[in-house]
Write a protein that binds this ligand. Structure first.
Ligand SMILES: Nc1ncnc2c1ncn2[C@@H]1O[C@H](COP(=O)(O)OP(=O)(O)OP(=O)(O)O)[C@@H](O)[C@H]1O
Ligand SMILES: O=P(O)(O)OC[C@H]1O[C@H](OP(=O)(O)OP(=O)(O)O)[C@H](O)[C@@H]1O
Ligand SMILES: [Mg+2]
Length: 283
């Protein structure tokens, strides 16, 4: 049995549970127990505050965990990043009052900075030879300058709207973060086998993300041009239609370039274009 530590509630919870579910691992979260066993896969899930996840892995209490990279780096515990999961993307930044005239890092010399990430901040300031006073608070960091608690803040930024509503501006991005799968460095061969199977499933889910299976009818005399605009995983599947002069084309398209390509296909005479989500993809 592989034990995985996940956040019990908060920003990571929904995407973490969705990922496990898409990997066809059935976990009941309705009972609100701290530890739950999957019904169809040899894993048990331990629900914790995200702060405690790195230490739980390093001490071997859980084998793997899903946590924000920012939290993992801050805790500085002995564990490895096994897989970058691509959700909960954010950055850790320094921000100051929007009216301040900022010309560089030396602005922070002698200043007081409020943060929940003192380890990462201290490291950054030392690397850059800045002497500042770090004031640790666990939440509502953005209000610290407004109430005279600090001159600046170092906190999570995503859209930047929390900064704007507190009259702050982001002046330095110190690290970028996303959810990561971390693991205990010394897993037994049995647990390693389960982890490999889990990773295989996660990779199949991730590979299918933002991909669409696209089918269309195309005039056979335009096939060559149509194939040239398709950047599918491999070459498209072409099948003749019952109607003379028409073919069916099947391919996989990336969401990012989807509308641009569909436009080109239509211009080349493609019709009856069907777009189907893909659940998993094994490359
Ligand atoms: N606005 C955001 N956009 C994207 N990702 C975010 C955002 N805020 C936080 N995160 C990421 O999600 C992680 C968890 O955030 P959350 O706010 O749930 O933490 P928390 O309040 O410390 O939770 P817990 O109660 O488990 O200690 C953060 O460490 C960060 O990696
Ligand atoms: O740049 P933004 O998109 O505004 O996101 C940044 C904010 O998001 C997080 O807080 P959250 O919304 O989770 O609230 P809380 O930590 O106060 O509960 C984080 O602590 C920042 O305050
Ligand atoms: Mg926390």
């Amino acid at each position: 049995m592989l034990r995985i530590a996940v956040q019990s509630k908060g920003r990571l919870f929904d995407d973490t549970m969705a990922l496990l579910s898409e990997a066809d691992i059935k976990i009941s979260t309705s009972k609100r127990t701290l530890l739950t066993q999957a019904s169809n896969f040899p894993v048990e899930v331990l629900f914790l505050r995200d702060d405690d996840i790195p230490q739980t892995i390093a001490s071997g209490v859980a084998d793997i965990g899903i946590v924000g990279e920012n939290e993992f780096v801050e805790r500085n515990e002995k564990a490895d990043i096994i897989y970058r999961l691509g959700f909960s993307k954010c950055r850790l930044s320094l921000a100051i009052h929007k009216e301040e005239n900022y010309q560089g890092l030396s602005w922070f010399n002698g200043k007081k900075i409020a943060t929940s990430y003192p380890g990462i901040l201290r490291n950054f300031l030392e690397r850059n030879g800045i002497q500042a006073d770090i004031h640790v608070i666990t939440g509502s960091v953005e209000i610290a300058p407004g109430i005279g608690l600090a001159d600046a803040i170092f906190d999570i930024v995503s859209s930047g709207s929390t900064l704007i509503s507190n009259n702050l501006k982001e002046v330095e991005v110190v690290m970028k973060s996303e959810a990561v799968l971390i693991g205990y460095p010394g897993l037994s061969p049995e647990k390693k086998t389960i982890l490999d199977e889990l990773l295989f499933r996660i990779e199949a889910v991730k590979a299918a993300e933002d991909k669409k299976y696209v089918l269309m009818n195309a005039p056979t005399d335009k096939l060559q041009e149509i194939i040239e605009v398709l950047p599918g995983v491999k070459s498209p599947t072409i099948m003749p239609l019952a109607t003379e002069g028409w073919s069916s084309v099947h391919t996989v398209l990336d969401q990012k370039c989807f509308w641009e390509i569909i436009g080109k296909l239509k211009a080349l005479g493609a019709q009856g274009i069907l777009v189907i989500p893909i659940e998993k993809m094994i490359l």
